[in-house]
Design a protein around this ligand. Sequence first.
Ligand SMILES: Cc1cc2nc3c(=O)[nH]c(=O)nc-3n(C[C@H](O)[C@H](O)[C@H](O)COP(=O)(O)O)c2cc1C
Length: 329
Amino acid sequence: MKGFRLGSLLLESCVVMAPLAGISDLAFRILARRHGAAMVTSEMVSAHGLIQGQKKTFSYMRTLDEEAPLAVQIFGADPAVMEEAARIAVGSGAAVLDINAGCPVRKVVKTGAGGALLKEPALFERILARVRRCCPVPLTVKMRTGWSHRSREVLDLARIAEGCGVDAVTVHGRSVSQGFCGNADWDVIGEVKARLHIPVIGNGDITEPIHAIAMMEKTGCDGVMIGRAAIGNPWIFGQVRALGAGLAATAPGLDERREAILTHFELLSKLEGGTRAARRMRGLLLWYTKSLPFSSRFRGAITSITDTSSLMDALDLFLDKLTAAGAAH
Ligand SMILES: Cc1cc2nc3c(=O)[nH]c(=O)nc-3n(C[C@H](O)[C@H](O)[C@H](O)COP(=O)(O)O)c2cc1C
């Protein structure tokens, strides 16, 4: 399973991490890279927020060399604002710039941004043309399949994107109106791939490593993007790479799991400070322990814990209990 090229950037493998608002912060992204994601993406960043210099908006782009290459995803509907925001994002260290043309959240769509761009091909083209002109790094667009179920605007818009000089498109196989319901339609990803010359990254419903291989085989896509399945499970990136190399996708043992959790927590503490880290980590622990035996009691026990050391004590107790019970992972 080879990497692929995004313009001037050669990715070391074909598996990348999806943007996840509220989740894909710097600590999460570093962990994803350490575990084999070839590229990580910031959560979506408001173009308006950037040009207005909003501190919180800028915090989403905070980066460290270790996570490179970082794609910064921006959203907006005003070509001039998007152009200026692109310059700012690149100036802040984005190795790749990604445009959001899929977000279904009302607050975003009602401004004409995100998924609403799928209904406005002329505006979509103007935005991409302007951003392309000012953007010296590889440019990508992340799209859904269409505005409504079966409308398939992505087929034309992906061509428009290619015509504007975009370096790759990502297709999440759901329509905007679907939100996260139903299944991702991988056939549309295959149709987009068949129409374009630039790389296509497939996305949607890769919940097991083997699904990534299946998506590539079914659609012919050049890369796969994984979102929800990586939350509390950074191993999935390495597992996909192992499968692609003809090796087994081994599940992490308890010690490995403990180590990753501690690393995640240390990164969060260093980057965000102890109190915020403890709050974030409590949520993440629910994900990290989701598939483990006896996890529901552990999850119940930590809901009222607010300080770091008690949280870690509870985790140690839980993992020790699993080890004693002979649970392999
Ligand atoms: C909590 C959450 C936040 C998300 N935030 C973004 C975002 O900021 N930008 C974006 O393009 N997609 C966002 N998505 C969509 C994901 O990137 C991805 O397209 C979708 O989850 C399907 O992939 P998956 O099945 O691998 O999760 C988000 C999804 C979730 C669940």
